[in-house]
Ligand binder design. Structure first.
Ligand SMILES: [Zn+2]
Length: 116
């Protein structure tokens, strides 16, 4: 694995948890489109955390098992980071659509509940 070093402390990040989820968002309004498993790394100096060491492919929204995986990312014990598109347009859309995203997420949970 490539070395990841804290810019503030000059210390190498260490794995603090294996098996976190990165939920990548895209489109307008943003929707989850890929989920990738990664590890949470933590700076032993300042405690800053990042996620990395991802599985290569991840699971895309059109693939079998995506909805179940998305539900797993929302369980209380799950460690999940939402990954936003980083273009200026996407950042602006994110700021304008936080409420819409929350509605989409709520709808996903409601759908999961109905299935069970
Ligand atoms: Zn640090």
């Amino acid at each position: 694995m490539a070395m990841i070093v804290c810019m503030k402390c000059g210390m190498e990040y260490r794995v603090s948890k294996c098996g976190g989820y990165a939920v990548e968002m895209f489109s307008e309004p943003p929707i989850p489109y890929r989920i990738t498993l990664g590890d949470v790394l933590e700076c032993p100096g300042c405690g800053e955390k990042v996620m990395g060491r991802f599985a290569e492919k991840g699971t895309y929204y059109h693939e079998p098992g995506f909805e179940a995986l998305l539900a797993a990312t929302r369980k209380p014990e799950a460690v999940t980071v939402t990954v936003w598109e980083t273009t200026d347009d996407a950042l602006n859309a994110k700021l304008l659509n936080v409420r819409k995203v929350m509605r989409v997420i709520s709808k996903g949970i409601a759908n999961e509940t109905n299935v069970q």
